[in-house]
Ligand binder design. Structure first.
Ligand code: FES
Ligand code: FE2
Length: 367
């Protein structure tokens, strides 16, 4: 069959799979930034097409409010703090940290009404989470577990972030696709080409998806494992575990574990690393991206932490560039086309199915 005959004019949408044209999912806690990003300065960030102003009260508590003055839409982030309240720069209206209008200077009476939206916001370890849900009440128990981003619990981490010029689904699909690592990252992460062909297992638990490969050789030479340990592992008998876990539409983490099968009594047996990725949609064509490498070994080695940070930044800049090109192609090229899948796409297809299910649930119209 002529390929033209198989194509329809709809872009990309494989039946039942979410993609970059899918609407945003609101009922989740998303990462808003690092805890240290938010101070007594007014800080604007856009999440899911909603402009939000974030600051700390004099007591240090976080506040997140709709950034748009209810009078004539002046950005509150371009205004100023008066104690814990915000005073709009345009006509001087004042809002308290609950988003209530509490002063209108040109009139004597001010109806104390909730005039702008207040977003639940929560600081946990190095990160700040924001609830973008349809209701204004976010259940903090639903914030994903990040207990391995905790130095006092025996983990040490490196972290950095990028602004991505692409839809968040392109980023999430990239993160759930380990097939690309030996190719796109051939000069950085040093995974053997055979890695892409390895069988992998997939498990689901609710909406979470875990996929794992079990390499037993060469894997210790990957660029995300310290060189000096790789030397020690050269002739050792070990079991590797390599994969990732999708947690929700704005979070997954990479899994990298090496377990020495011939560990001596006084030797560490398990070298566990998590590579968590947090993605928060900004607009349809951009997203925020924070990444970490957290490990349970060599916690005192600050030079290693610095080196891992550099490696991640170089490697993930390759993803950032790839996502830019994917998004550009979607915007600029209107040739009808049809996506094809490879065998190793199982994990990304499953994730897109789960996200499509979540989209259907959020956007379902009542009978
Ligand atoms: S726009 Fe803010 S008070 Fe008028
Ligand atoms: Fe990548």
């Amino acid at each position: 069959m002529n390929i033209q005959m198989k194509l329809d004019s709809k872009p990309r949408n494989q039946s039942g799979l979410a993609d970059l044209n899918s609407p945003f999912l609101h009922n989740f806690w998303y990462v808003a930034g690092y805890a240290e990003d938010f101070t007594r300065e007014l800080h604007e960030k856009t999440f899911l097409n909603q402009s939000v102003v974030i600051y700390r009260t004099e007591a240090g508590d976080l506040v997140a409010l709709q950034n748009r003055c209810a009078h004539r839409s002046f950005p509150l982030s371009e205004s100023w703090l008066e104690g814990d309240d915000i005073r709009c720069k345009y006509h001087d209206a004042k809002y308290n940290p609950d988003g209530e209008l509490i002063d209108i200077p040109c009139q004597t009476k001010c109806p104390k009404v909730q005039a702008i939206r207040k977003y639940p916001i929560k600081e946990i370890g190095p990160l700040v989470w924001i609830w973008m849900g349809v209701s204004d009440v976010g259940d903090e128990n639903e914030i994903p577990d990040t207990s391995w981003l905790n130095k006092s619990a025996g983990w040490e981490f490196a972290t950095s972030s990028y602004h991505i010029e692409g839809n968040y689904m392109l980023m999430m699909e990239n993160l759930m696709d380990l097939m690309h690592i030996p190719f796109l990252h051939q000069d950085t992460f040093n995974f053997p080409r055979s890695y892409a062909q390895m069988e992998f297992e997939i498990e689901t638990e609710g909406d979470e998806i875990t996929y794992l490969r079990f390499p037993t050789e060469q894997y210790h030479r990957n660029g995300l494992f310290p060189d000096y340990l790789a030397d020690e592992f050269e002739d050792r008998n070990y079991q590797g575990k390599s994969g990732g876990r999708f947690i929700h539409p704005g979070m997954m983490y990479g899994i990298q574990e090496l377990r020495l099968k011939d560990a001596k009594e006084d030797e560490r047996e398990e070298y566990i690393a998590r590579i968590p990725h947090f993605v928060t949609p900004e607009t349809e064509t951009t997203c925020h991206y924070w990444f970490f490498y957290t490990r349970n070994f060599a916690q005192d080695d600050s030079a290693l932490t610095e080196k891992l940070k550099k490696t991640l930044e170089i490697g993930f800049a390759e993803d950032k560039e790839a996502i830019y090109w994917l998004q550009k192609m979607q915007i600029c090229d209107k040739t009808p086309y049809q996506e094809i899948n490879f065998a190793a796409d199982k994990s990304t297809i499953l994730m897109r199915k789960v996200i499509q299910k979540l989209v259907d649930e959020e956007y379902q119209t009542p009978d």
